[in-house]
Ligand binder design. Sequence first.
Ligand SMILES: NC(=O)c1ccc[n+]([C@@H]2O[C@H](COP(=O)([O-])OP(=O)(O)OC[C@H]3O[C@@H](n4cnc5c(N)ncnc54)[C@H](O)[C@@H]3O)[C@@H](O)[C@H]2O)c1
Ligand SMILES: [Zn+2]
Length: 369
Amino acid sequence: MTGMSIVTVALGERTYEVVVGPGALSGLGARLKPLVSRGKVAIITDEQVAALHLAAAKASLAEAGIGHLGDIILPAGEQTKSFAHLEDVCDRLIGMEIERKDMVVALGGGVIGDLTGFAAAIVKRGLDFVQVPTTLLAQIDSSVGGKTAINTKRGKNLVGAFHQPRLVLADTAILDTLPPRELKAGYAEVVKVALLADGEFFNWLEKHGPDALSGDMQARVAMVSRAVMIKAEIVAEDERETGRRALLNLGHTFGHALEAETGFSARLLHGESVSIGMVIAATLSQRMGLITPGDLARIKAHLRATGLKQCQADIEGGPFPPERLIAHMAHDKKVADGKVTFILLRGLGDAFTTRDVDPGLLRQVLAET
Ligand SMILES: NC(=O)c1ccc[n+]([C@@H]2O[C@H](COP(=O)([O-])OP(=O)(O)OC[C@H]3O[C@@H](n4cnc5c(N)ncnc54)[C@H](O)[C@@H]3O)[C@@H](O)[C@H]2O)c1
Ligand SMILES: [Zn+2]
């Protein structure tokens, strides 16, 4: 039997724990109990997750004797991170007569976590909330760190707030019901944290990553908790992204350009765009003499071994004209004074930001990757 692993996100009075392990969901009630001693709980989830896991979540709350205000079940998918759904969620929470001693539980992937967290940040000027992430991406990335947001017609995540959860429960067995393509897409973000901060972890992933994906629970717990530890450490150092936290966007500037070019559609999942984006960043780094051809080859080989996309030709309709991708990048929110900030590698596990990239080289790498 694989045990639970606990990672602390150290943020002073906002400090919280991330509990990682198979069956963590069944402990939801027991772990929530001290946080809602006088209150009740509302669960927000999506239709797909509700059908699979809502009953277990409710059973755990009931077993712990925690009062239940109700459930809000939303359509699955990125379109749910909208003003319309935010308004609906806020209205329904208020309709349940939720109070500040109560607790909101986000049960789902990053979409549910981001929307729920934002609603919790603004209803009654701030309610406590707990993240129960059910996708790999949400377990190692979106549920930790307190960024919450919705999308607007002008772009993704443009309206939101920093609002830290009180607890994160990452049930690694819950990932067994996740479609394999979503699991792999989330894995790209695991590779991302290894590449930007922890070369040893990248070595480990080369050996054990495929096992963790295919259901070896011990490997999966080790993978999720290590990735969460890296994110927790970066967030503790730079909660509001004024510095080092920006490194978590490795592969994302290029990835977002590809997502924009494919209309944020099912042709390219976010994690898949990050996978290709990391290869572009690594290729640029190699051409600039920052990493060796051997390092670049290892990154590509690992992504290939786990079945992730590596170049634009892997996308239906790709590759795309470099000029179009550069135009999307210029629109990205990480642009300051009209210049794009790049996150590059100077080793496996060592990323840095720079605005100094030769435009000719960039165009060439975009055309080739
Ligand atoms: N806040 C942050 O720091 C942060 C970081 C990264 C990404 N994000 C956001 O996260 C979102 C993407 O999250 P995601 O990839 O989890 O997508 P998602 O929430 O849309 O989930 C993907 C799909 O998997 C389904 N699903 C979820 N858990 C399941 C399970 N256990 N079994 C079966 N199906 C399941 C969902 O219903 C959905 O259809 C984006 O909106 C992105 O902007 C936020
Ligand atoms: Zn991402």
